[in-house]
Each structure stands twice: as C-alpha cells, then as structure tokens.
Design a protein around this ligand. Structure first.
Ligand code: NAD
Length: 260
C-alpha cells in the first residue's frame, strides 16, 4: 500500500522546485493532489505530468496572498476529490535587501506571500481537516531559526511561520489535526529568480556543498521526502515539530580540526 493512499492534498507553489517535487511524490504515493500556483501554466504542467503518468491531480491558479483565491483553491479541491487531508503551504519568494533601503511595499510583499499566505491556506483548509483529522505542513526555512544576512523580511516571515505552526499544532490537536514546519537548507530550485541572483543549478549545488556539513546541496526531492513522512500516518504522533532538512547546516559552525 502506498503511503498516502486515499489522501487528498493541496500544495501551494507546486509549479516549481520543492512544491513540484512534493506534488509528484505525493501523487506517486497515492494522494490526489491540488497543484496550486500563482503561475497557472506551471501548475497545469505539473498536474498534467501527474495525470499522464496515472496519478490524480488538478491545477489551480491561486495567489496565496488573496483570501478569495485560497478559499477557491480549497473549495475546488474538495469539490473534485470529496475532502481534504493535507494542506501544504509551500509558496514563497526570497528577494534580498537591507532594512534601511527597503520600501514598505517590498517588506509587505514578502510577509504577504511567505507568512500571510500560510495563514490563509491554513484558515480555509482547517474546517475540512477538522472533519476527519489531517495535516498542515508549512515550508519555513533555516531562515526561520537563524538570521540570514540580506533577508530581514524573509527571516521575519519564516520565524513567524514556525510560531504559527506551533500554535496550530496546539489549537487543533483536539480535532486530530497535526501541524509541522520544514526548514530546508540551500535547495536547487528557481527561488534565486526572486533574489535577482543566478538560478544556475550548478552554482546552487556548489554553494550548498560548501554550506552543508553533509557536503552537498539539498535537492527538491530531499525536502519532498521529509514532507511525505510528515504528511503520512507514519508521523501520527509527530506534531508541532520543526524539521530541518539542511545537512546539519544549523547545528553549529564547523572548523578545521588540527591533525593529532
Ligand atoms: N530553495 C531554497 O534554497 C529554499 C530554502 C529554504 C526554504 N525555501 C522555501 O521553499 C518554498 C518553495 O521554494 P522553492 O525553492 O521551491 O522556489 P521556486 O521558486 O522553485 O518555487 C516557488 C513557487 O511558488 C510560486 N509562488 C510565488 N508566489 C506565489 C503566490 N503569491 N501564490 C502562489 N504561488 C506563488 C512560484 O510561482 C513558484 O512556482 C518557499 O517557501 C521558500 O521560501 C526554499
């Protein structure tokens, strides 16, 4: 039996990177997937790839900063698949900037997508999850547990996601709803587009290899595998957890040990 047989999931930001890898994996493991992204073409391509290979998915064009979009995203999924078990709030951007130069609009944009988007997805999913129990999964970041230079709004949002996740875990435990946040390290995705830096995967791979004590960057599938565990019944007693998938990056600073 596949690990998500009979489950219905929504994944935001599923048109690319981590969300796309999770949508493919969840579908392979038996879930019916609402593939949501602000970029409709990307969402459609991912949903089509899943259905072409025998899975079950629908594409949903949705901007997570808009309450009406999030409500429709949940309603369309429930109408098509009959229920909702897993809400995976994953959409995000990470532009860089310094506080004294940052416009209020730039600040609000990151908070809106990375934090308010998580709130809105959760808000509209919860009434369905509360019916039979379920899971709220949120993509935070190592920027949710450590400061990252040049990312003040992103760090603020991701720290917020972690606090939010813990409260959801507490408030909805009585409905058998679990909540968890994943904190990826450096993942080989297109997120650099929003940072105005190279999206060359080899550059990210080299950076990740240097940053992660395990010696390589994270691939989107590394994060999707962690999400699969948290979304599945294997994690039935795991809630409120903040799971780093960062090759030990945030364990501390490494330094050369002198030869004995
Ligand atoms: N790539 C990394 O190194 C890394 C590290 C830590 C955390 N993360 C987090 O992982 C998540 C996924 O990022 P990724 O690396 O896969 O990036 P990505 O750019 O490959 O994918 C992000 C997706 O989110 C979508 N999106 C952006 N704004 C949206 C909105 N308003 N509504 C709906 N969809 C929207 C984009 O269209 C894109 O398809 C983000 O929350 C990001 O902050 C990424």
């Amino acid at each position: 039996m596949a690990r998500l047989d009979g489950k219905v999931a929504i994944i935001t930001g599923a048109g690319s990177g981590i969300g796309r890898a999770a949508a493919r994996l969840f579908a392979r493991e038996g879930a019916k997937v609402g593939v949501a992204d602000v970029n409709a073409q990307r969402a459609e391509a991912v949903a089509a790839a899943i259905t072409d290979t025998g899975g079950d998915a629908i594409a949903i064009a949705a901007d997570v900063t808009k309450a009406a979009d999030c409500e429709r995203m949940v309603n369309e999924t429930v109408k098509r698949f009959g229920k909702l078990d897993i809400m995976y709030n994953n959409a995000g951007i990470s532009p860089m900037g310094l506080v004294h130069e940052m416009s209020e609009a730039d600040w609000r944009k990151v908070i809106d997508i990375c934090l308010t988007g998580v709130f809105l997805g959760t808000k509209y999913a919860l009434p369905h999850l509360m019916k039979q129990g379920g899971v709220v999964l949120n993509t935070a970041s190592i920027a949710g547990i450590t400061g990252q230079p040049g990312l003040p709004h992103y760090c603020a949002a991701k720290h917020g996601v972690i606090g939010f996740t813990k409260v959801v875990a507490l408030d909805y435990a009585k409905y058998k709803v679990r909540a968890a946040a994943i904190c990826p390290g450096a993942v080989v995705t297109n997120i650099g587009e929003s940072m105005g830096i190279s999206v060359d995967p080899e550059t990210t791979r080299k950076l990740g290899a240097a940053l992660h004590p395990l010696g390589r960057a994270c691939e989107p599938e590394d994060i999707a595998n962690a999400a699969l565990f948290l979304a599945s019944d294997d994690a039935a007693m795991v809630s409120g957890v903040i799971l780093t998938v960062d090759g030990a990056w945030t364990c501390g600073h490494t330094f050369p040990v002198p030869a004995q």
